[in-house]
Every structure is written in C-alpha cells, then in structure tokens.
Design a protein around this ligand. Structure first.
Ligand code: PEP
Length: 259
C-alpha cells in the first residue's frame, strides 16, 4: 500500500517569532517544488512562534504543528495550552508523547492518550511519539516497551480516529546524539509497530497508518531510511532548525520514498 510521506520539523525550545518567520519564508522558496501529493511538510515551532510561522507559510505547501496540547478545554493548568488556542492560530498538527516530555515533564502513556484524544477531537492530525531508551534496547525490551506505549496511547480509539494519527518511532538513544538506527534496525522496529497496530485495529488501519522515523535523521541518511517499506516519513530535530538542511532532507526523503 502506498502511503504519503510526512516530514516534520520539531523545533523544540528554539526560535523566536522573528526567527521563525525568517526560517519559514526561506523554506517556502526551497520546497515549493515538492508536490503536496508526494509529501506533507510540517514545521512545529514553540507556541510563541506559531502565529509567525503560520503567516509565513500561508499559501505554501508547508503546514504548521504544535509540540503539545492539554486535554482540558480551559482552566487552572499553568504552562499548558488548549485545543482552541492552537486552532485559533491555524495549527493543523500536534506532537504528543515526545520522549523529552516523557523524560523531563512526567508525561505518561495515560497523559499521552489524553492529549492525543483531545487533539483528535479538536480536528488535528497527531504525531504520537514512541520509542525505547538505550537501556531498554540493550536489555531486549524494545518490543515490550513499544507495545505498552501503543496500548496506553491508542487503546480505545476507533479506526476513524486512527485516520488522523501518525506514529513517530524515535529511539531515545538516537535523538540529538548523532547515532541513527541503521535502516535495517529501524525497518525491523517499524514492522513490529505496524504489526502491533494490526493486532489492535486490523489490516486496513495497519496498512494505512504512517510511521515516521526520528533520531538524528539527516539529508545524508533520509533517502535510505525512507526506502524501507515501513518507514513513511521523519520527525526531525536539529536538522530542521536551518531551512537549507531541512529542505535538502525533505527532498532526499521524497526521492527515497519511491513516489
Ligand atoms: C526529535 O527530538 O524529535 C529528534 C528526532 O531530534 P534529532 O533529529 O535532533 O535527533
């Protein structure tokens, strides 16, 4: 089954509004020849830079996402952001469950589920992140950890909900470290994830769901990773912070996807 690739930049806590505007303006020119029929291109700035990014991306093939969302509609949740606040800004995608949220901010499979459910109800596409730590991989617990994250994050969703979910497999040991999973290792794990989705939701959902790889993806390794049958895009950290390197990665990813 052919799946449209989705390449998203997660800017984390980087870029002011002015810097975001400049980056997106430059990116618009660099990726204007990438057909939206081949790839979805998404940038996920920090909350304060979303409005500037949306404005700069207007009329282009670049979409804007947020890095988090809260499950309640409003209330006493200091430091959080709601679905309606993001919708008003023109956000179309939301990242949930990034390993940095799990590691530093107490995110659990349950809160990832709540955030993902709220984002779906709000009409966003969700990039839900999963991934094992080095210690978990070295003790042969990768499959067990991913299964737990998938069951906790996705349990109770319907096939219709799954249409708007993208999974991002990000081995924690590969994030920001320069260590990338080999294409063979990544493909084996993506195949496992698709199999788990099949067990939970059936063949059709498993065939359609897009699974991004994330973890030190670069222009130089994007094509070989995207050539793997179960890798349908990338979630990109460091390389997404410069328009030229992100654009090069997007183009190499599209060439590798066999579109
Ligand atoms: C990320 O944090 O989602 C990520 C993949 O980062 P990097 O590309 O820098 O490894």
């Amino acid at each position: 089954m052919s799946r449209k690739i989705v390449v998203a930049g997660n800017w984390k806590m980087n870029k002011t509004a002015a810097e975001a505007e400049a980056l997106v303006k430059e990116l618009v020119g660099l990726v204007s020849d990438v057909c939206p029929c081949k790839a979805e291109i998404v940038v996920c700035p920090p909350f304060t830079a979303i409005a500037a990014a949306v404005k700069a991306a207007k009329g282009s093939n670049i979409k804007v996402g947020a890095q988090n969302v809260h499950w309640e509609a409003s209330g006493a949740y200091t430091g959080e952001i709601s679905v309606s606040m993001l919708k008003e800004l023109g956000v179309e995608y939301v990242i949930t469950g990034h390993s940095e949220r799990r590691q530093y901010f107490g995110e659990t499979d349950h809160t990832v589920h709540l955030r993902t459910a709220a984002a779906l109800a709000g009409g966003f596409k969700v990039m839900m992140c999963i991934g094992e730590t080095l210690e978990e991989r070295e003790s042969n617990r990768t499959a067990e950890v991913l299964d737990r994250q998938l069951e906790g994050g996705l349990g109770g969703f319907t096939a219709a909900d799954m249409e708007n979910i993208i999974l991002a497999y990000e081995p924690v040991w590969a994030i920001g470290t320069g260590k990338t999973a080999t294409p063979e290792m990544a493909e084996e794990t993506h195949r496992h994830i698709r199999g788990k989705v099949r067990a939970m939701f059936g063949d059709e959902v498993a065939g359609k769901i897009r699974i991004q790889y994330g973890g030190s993806m670069k222009p130089g390794n994007a094509a070989e990773l995207l050539a793997c049958p179960d890798i349908d895009g990338g979630l990109i950290g460091g390389t997404a912070l410069k328009a030229d390197s992100f654009a090069e990665l997007v183009k190499n990813a599209v060439s590798g996807s066999g579109c």
